[in-house]
Design a protein around this ligand. Structure first.
Ligand code: PLP
Length: 400
């Protein structure tokens, strides 16, 4: 019997959509592991630590005390109050950030999507410093706006500058996506750099979506938030969450800090798509933000471990002088130039494939971030595994 034809024509909404390359790599690594291969997965953008115990304890308690039902779409008042209180302290200048300016979502990914969908539309252009996290381009396109890749210079750690943004701006430019520390490069913007970009955006009336999901994972002292430097929050959306800093990727809690009118629109939008994020996860996120020293100590320990792995990985990479790597000051990624870059087409994908098939190491090809000459190597994995995998990368590089 011939199988039924289940093919279909995707709608115009998703006709151009590509699967997340970062997720695809992780799933391929898992599939190979299931076949018995001992793959070291340096593809995942996910801390390998367990969620700190006080947070898990608070979640268990919450489950037994009613956190099993719908909450307000925008998030529980307790969680929004805690987020607003922290943001108010961070912002300073006597400016009070209200819980009404916060929208809690199921991960900062959803927060970013809400913001893109509610702010941008057909005919709009959005500047995306490149390389950038793969989903920015797709989210902007899903909103029917045009993602404009602003290619940055590797010599300066792929930092975007006001001059680069201006060179790509048109009268249709409506916004800019910022991320610091950056996925995939680990670059951290200084106070002055971020201030200059925000000043330009303000002058041009662009919206700034400031993705600060890696803010706590910085090695050269506290990283700067847009809340620290923005002259005005009129067109600023700060996006944050618990996934990376608190090792809470599976809980799916993120949020936006914006303005009351935008928060209302995003809440209305979310009320028709996913509604509230899981009640128990919101209780866990509240514990993450309010448990004080117990949890903060655990976060500091995790950051110290990331730093140790980064240093170890950089030391091993340095044994092969031909390898070019962006020195990272935050997040948990190394961005490495693939052998053959500049001559081999899509050198990053070629190298990533070789690493996976011949050396049992999973990394993400740079094409996922619109920089096909590079690969992204995550060191959110146990130290000895990171060291072993980096040694294999060096061996593979030297043999190329
Ligand atoms: N923003 C960046 C830059 C990321 O790398 C990720 C996850 O990899 C996210 C946002 C999404 O995080 P969440 O788990 O909060 O949705």
């Amino acid at each position: 019997m011939t199988p039924p034809d289940r093919s279909f024509a995707p709608s115009a909404n998703v006709a151009q959509l590509k699967e997340s390359a970062t997720i695809a790599v992780s799933q391929r690594a898992k599939a190979l592991r299931a076949e018995g291969r001992r793959i070291i997965d340096l593809g995942a953008g996910e801390p390998d630590f367990e969620t700190p115990e006080p947070i898990r304890r608070a979640a268990k308690h919450a489950l037994d005390h009613g956190a099993t039902r719908y909450t307000a779409t925008q998030g529980t008042i307790e969680l929004r109050t805690a987020i607003a209180a922290r943001a108010t302290v961070r912002r300073g200048r006597g400016e009070v950030i209200s819980p009404d300016e916060i929208v809690v979502s199921s991960g900062s990914k959803q927060s970013l999507f809400n913001a893109c969908f509610c702010l941008f539309g057909a005919g709009d252009e959005v500047l995306i410093p490149t390389p950038s996290w793969t989903s920015y381009y797709e989210m902007v396109a899903l909103a029917r706006a045009r993602p404009v890749a602003v290619m940055c210079n590797p010599a300066s750690g792929f930092r975007v500058t006001p001059a680069l943004l201006e060179a790509h701006a048109t009268p249709q430019t409506r916004g800019v996506m910022l991320n610091s520390p950056v996925n995939p490069t680990g670059t951290v913007y200084t106070h002055a750099e971020l201030g200059a970009i925000l000043a330009l955006a303000r002058e041009r009336s662009w919206w700034v979506l400031s993705d600060e999901i890696y803010l706590r994972i910085a090695y050269g002292g506290a990283a700067t938030s847009s809340l620290d430097v923005a002259e005005s929050r009129d067109r600023l959306v700060v996006v944050d969450g618990v996934a990376k800093a608190y090792a809470m990727t599976g809980w799916r809690i993120g949020w936006t800090i914006s303005t009351v009118p935008l928060a209302r629109t995003m809440t209305a939008f979310q009320s028709h798509t996913t509604f509230n994020s899981a009640a128990v996860s919101q209780a866990a996120a509240l514990a993450a933000l309010t448990s004080g020293d117990d949890v903060d100590g655990a976060v500091n320990d995790m950051v110290a471990k990331f730093r140790e792995r980064r240093d170890a990985a950089l030391a091993i990479l340095a044994t092969e002088p031909a390898i070019q790597v962006i020195p990272p000051d935050g997040a948990f990624y190394l961005f490495v130039r693939a052998p053959g870059a500049g001559t081999v087409s899509d050198a990053g994908t070629v190298f990533a494939r070789r690493l996976l098939e011949d050396h049992d190491v999973a990394v993400v090809p740079g094409s996922a971030f619109r920089t096909p000459d590079w690969i992204r190597v995550s060191y959110a994995t146990e130290l000895s595994q990171v060291e072993e995998a980096i040694r294999r990368i060096v061996t593979a590089y030297a043999a190329s």
